[in-house]
Design a protein around this ligand. Structure first.
Ligand SMILES: [Zn+2]
Length: 477
């Protein structure tokens, strides 16, 4: 945006005088830069407050005797009526023309309509900041952070309400997407309208991962405490742990240039592994049964270009419901069991089966190498041989046996695919561990879902989209 620099400089000069006077009045001998900045920020806040009031009051200086009502009837001018909004410049009160007297009984302030203002409510400018804090820390902590940034108080309830409103907008967007895609049963008929609109080139290789953040998986000691909404949910809870937050991610991979590789990545490069990093991550999440979550999985896949990608690769940690969803919606995809889960299991088997550290080490190194080379049959044989000594080895026969084709790691590496599901684990960590499970957090189901969805939108770089929808909120409602 372009500004009139001359006027800005005039305001700057005036503000400098205001700050100087304010500091003089304090009568302090020494003033440091931090204090000057603080006084200046407070003055700017008040300036912004005054400017916003002026702007809104100047916006309808021209008053009509009558205007048309939304119902088609006529509204008569009443008077300039005061309204208050909560903006980034604190509480702003302004007087604007108010019309009433239509037979429908509704009144109207054209200025509010024009700018999407809801009197008595938080503006979208303040909402974007308040909700951003709300997805990053506990609502109470957000209140304190916001005071630092904004220089005025926002209540904990406002933070909660605005954060969840963002989540609600994301939920609406999810439902909309599901509606658009639910009648389509194959990739070839993925919503055509969407495809034509999209200017994005088709991803060559698109990756997908799904996980459920159970407290144990996310590695936290504290459980996500969620109360059931009703008796029906309590009954479901007995059958299925549906209150886990299910999270999915669509992403692409790109080569990391040598100059930007971390030490760990350089190690990888030396072992002739492809060094990939994820880009364009799109996270989606819900607390839902697998079948319902599948619809979101399908819908977001259409939006991410799963229909246009030449190769579709799924990397997951191997829960049955996840492979079932993938088989149902994307039967022709490449499926990979997360390397780290598969290798870690060998470590645990070795620990259980061998008391002698040398034997343990030797077994683990040999079998891990077999797994690395995709010789899963040899891994199964090795587990079979230990099945009398180790329960885990015996249980793992099915794990490796059911996933033979999903563990051809040499082949996957040669093709240049990711073999680890780090992206989805990072998503679980960022959404669940770092937000839903932080100290002081207690949720009902909806609160947890909405906060998680808002945070997923932020992680997916979809925040701006939500903010735009939010700014249309009073008009859309
Ligand atoms: Zn009317």
């Amino acid at each position: 945006m372009k500004y009139n620099i001359e006027k800005i400089n005039q305001i700057g000069n005036l503000l400098a005088e205001v700050v100087e006077e304010a500091l003089e009045m304090k009568g302090q001998e020494e003033v440091l830069i931090g204090e000057i900045e603080m006084v200046l920020r407070e003055s700017l806040l008040k300036t912004g407050n005054s400017a916003l009031q002026c702007f809104l009051e100047n916006a309808d200086r021209k008053i009509e005797a009558e205007i048309e009502c939304a119902c088609g009837g006529r509204l008569k001018y009443q008077r300039r009526r005061e309204a208050t909004i909560w903006s980034v410049f604190d509480k702003v009160s302004y007087k604007r023309a108010y019309y009433a007297g239509c037979t429908c009984g509704k009144g109207c302030a054209p200025v509010d309509q024009r700018y999407g203002i809801e009197p008595g409510k938080v503006t979208s400018g303040l909402a974007r900041l308040v909700s951003l804090c709300g997805i990053k820390e506990a609502f109470d902590g957000s209140r304190k952070s916001l005071k630092e940034f904004l220089l005025f108080e926002v209540s904990e309830n406002t933070v909660r309400a605005e954060t969840q409103k963002m989540g609600e907008l994301q939920r609406q967007a999810d439902l909309e997407l599901i509606k658009e895609t639910q009648n389509e049963s194959s990739l070839h008929t993925c919503p055509v309208g969407k495809r034509e609109q999209s200017q994005e080139p088709a991803p060559e290789v698109l990756y997908g991962s799904i996980d459920a953040a159970t407290p144990a998986l996310a590695g936290g000691a504290r459980e996500v405490r969620i109360e059931p909404r009703n008796e029906k949910e309590k009954a479901v809870e007995d059958r299925e742990k549906w209150r886990d937050l299910k999270i999915g991610c669509w992403y692409e991979g790109e080569m990391v240039p040598q100059s930007r590789q971390s030490t760990r990545q350089k190690d990888k490069a030396q072992r002739a592994e492809v060094v990939l990093r994820a880009k364009n991550q799109k996270y989606f999440c819900d607390i839902e049964v697998a079948e319902q979550f599948g619809k979101l999985f399908w819908a977001t896949g259409c939006a991410a270009g799963a229909d246009r990608a030449r190769i579709l690769v799924f990397i997951c940690d191997g829960a049955i419901w996840i492979w079932n969803l993938i088989a149902h919606y994307y039967p022709n995809s490449i499926q990979i069991v997360d390397w780290y889960h598969a290798a870690d299991r060998l470590l645990r088997i070795a620990k259980e089966a061998f008391a002698n550290p040398d034997e343990r080490q030797a077994w683990r190194e040999r079998v891990t190498e077999d797994l690395w080379q995709g010789r899963v049959e040899l891994v199964i044989e090795a587990c079979q041989a230990l099945s009398m000594k180790s329960d885990l080895a015996r249980q793992s026969l099915a794990y490796y046996g059911d996933n033979i084709e999903r563990m051809r790691y040499a082949h996957f590496r040669a093709a240049g695919y990711f073999i680890g599901s780090g992206i989805i684990e990072s998503g679980c960590k960022q959404i669940v561990t770092q937000r839903l499970k932080i100290s002081g957090a207690q949720w009902n189901v909806d609160g947890a879902i909405l906060t998680a969805k808002a945070r997923a939108a932020w992680l997916s770089n979809d925040w701006e989209k939500l903010v735009k929808t939010r700014s249309l909120f009073p008009l859309a409602a």
